[in-house]
Design a protein around this ligand. Structure first.
Ligand code: AMP
Length: 410
């Protein structure tokens, strides 16, 4: 079994890794860290939840010194949420190396971010729009950049940041080390690799199994009009920590309105001011909220490991979004459940997503969701190693569903 030391990391990083409780590297870390440390450009296909942030953070923290006057590492991320999370992970990993990392994203004071940069930063993590703005206004000097990371590159293109990416990549020194991470390997990503990287080594850890075995997937056939009622029933069955995905901002607000009498609810969507969104994510992490209702973009990269349940209140129309949403649960070794509400015309999507994820999506009828009972989801791993999940009900007690009960081994 590989350990972090064998990847070639120094003692300072090994200490912070140990303090973070990471006992062994994830597959993407095993593959990328040695190649990255040797200076090879890397084109990596990896989803959120695989430990990709740790991969590139460890590489750049190893390859650059702290205390530089101008930044030496630039990390580009599609959303503010991801930028903040990346910054937090780098902050923890750099505890003993002393690197200073500054996040730069829209929706927050440009003056304050500029001041942070003036005071000195080794690593800048930012969203493409704000980074371009900072460069144009002369707040960000990229002349000393040695390491460039493009995180969730496919998402940056999807969000329409191609011009900003070009501008930023034209602004960093040609002599540099480039790491690109993307959940998918579309032609547009290969094009960037070809244009902006030097014979990158291609690494993929999730091609065959993009969805974790730890996520059990269900779908519920239902007419649109009963979705709200079903959701309330599911949430009322105990108190799973849940993320509910909706297709529109309006629906997020509507659901929050309806549910907030009974549940501690937080919302995330593009119209909510940035500071409030950050507060909501912290509140959810810290158990101030039980239920987070979100649209796709706002929840991109959401890094919370203790989510028991993902509900697709509206099933997304594309596989990438589906995989991304259900990947919010079943993280860091914990079991998770994903339930999708599906109206008749949407049923074909289930077969498509089964094909896409290579996993069974089990049908759960309205009767499987007891109106006031205790639903026990019981996972067993059989002697042959296969996983079996049984749903049973504990009579008409109000309250307590035990979601994703501990895995019983026999
Ligand atoms: P990411 O794929 O970067 O979104 O990481 C997903 C989560 O896994 C984050 O909470 C990381 O802190 C955590 N993580 C990353 N690497 C490891 C590791 N080697 N062992 C345990 N947890 C890890």
């Amino acid at each position: 079994m590989a350990d972090f030391r064998s990847l070639g990391l120094n003692d300072k990083l090994l200490n912070s890794i140990a303090e973070m409780g990471w006992t062994e590297p994830t597959p993407i870390q095993i593959e990328t860290v040695p190649a990255g440390l040797s200076g090879q450009d890397i084109l990596a296909q990896a989803q959120t939840g695989t430990g990709k942030t740790g991969s590139y953070a460890l590489i750049v923290l190893s390859r650059t010194r702290s205390g530089s006057r101008k930044p030496t590492t630039l990390v580009l991320a599609p959303t503010r949420e991801l930028a903040v999370q990346v910054r937090e992970e780098i902050y923890k990993l750099s505890k003993y190396t002393g690197h200073r990392c500054i996040p730069v994203y829209g929706g927050a004071s440009i003056g304050e971010q500029a001041r942070g940069l003036r005071e000195g930063a080794d690593i800048v993590v930012g969203t493409p729009g704000r980074l371009k703005d900072m460069i144009t206004r002369g707040h960000l000097d990229l002349s000393e950049i040695k390491e460039v990371v493009l995180d969730e590159a496919d998402r940056m293109l999807d969000m329409g940041f191609a011009d900003e990416l070009d501008f930023i990549m034209d602004s960093v020194p040609a002599e540099r080390h480039t790491l690109l991470f993307s959940a998918t390997m579309a032609d547009s990503i290969r094009h960037i690799a070809l244009k902006r990287m030097r014979s990158p080594v291609e690494i993929s850890v999730s091609k065959d199994e993009p969805v974790s075995d730890l996520v059990t997937q269900y779908w519920v056939p239902l007419p649109r009009g009963v979705k709200m009622e079903r959701l309330e029933t599911i949430l009322a069955n105990g108190c799973p920590k849940a993320v509910v995905f909706c297709q529109t901002k309006k629906m997020v607000d509507l659901l929050a309105d309806r549910l907030s009498d009974r549940f501690k609810v937080g919302t995330l969507h593009g119209d909510i001011p940035q500071t409030q969104r950050e507060r909501t994510v912290r509140g959810f992490r810290g158990d101030r909220f039980q239920v987070l209702i979100a649209t796709d973009v706002a929840a991109r990269g959401l890094d919370i490991n203790s989510i028991d349940l993902v509900v697709n209140f509206d099933i997304p129309a594309d596989p990438e979004s589906y995989v991304h949403r259900i990947g919010r649960t079943g993280r860091a070794g914990k079991e998770g459940t994903a339930i999708s509400f599906v109206t008749k015309p949407e049923e074909y999507l289930i077969r498509r997503y089964e094909r896409e994820t290579g996993k069974r999506i089990m049908k759960m009828t309205a009767e499987d969701i007891p109106s006031a009972g205790t639903m026990v989801i019981d996972d067993r791993v059989s002697a042959s190693g296969g996983r079996r999940r049984r749903i049973s009900y504990d009579g008409p007690k109000k309250g307590a569903v035990r979601y994703a009960a501990p895995v019983a081994r026999y």
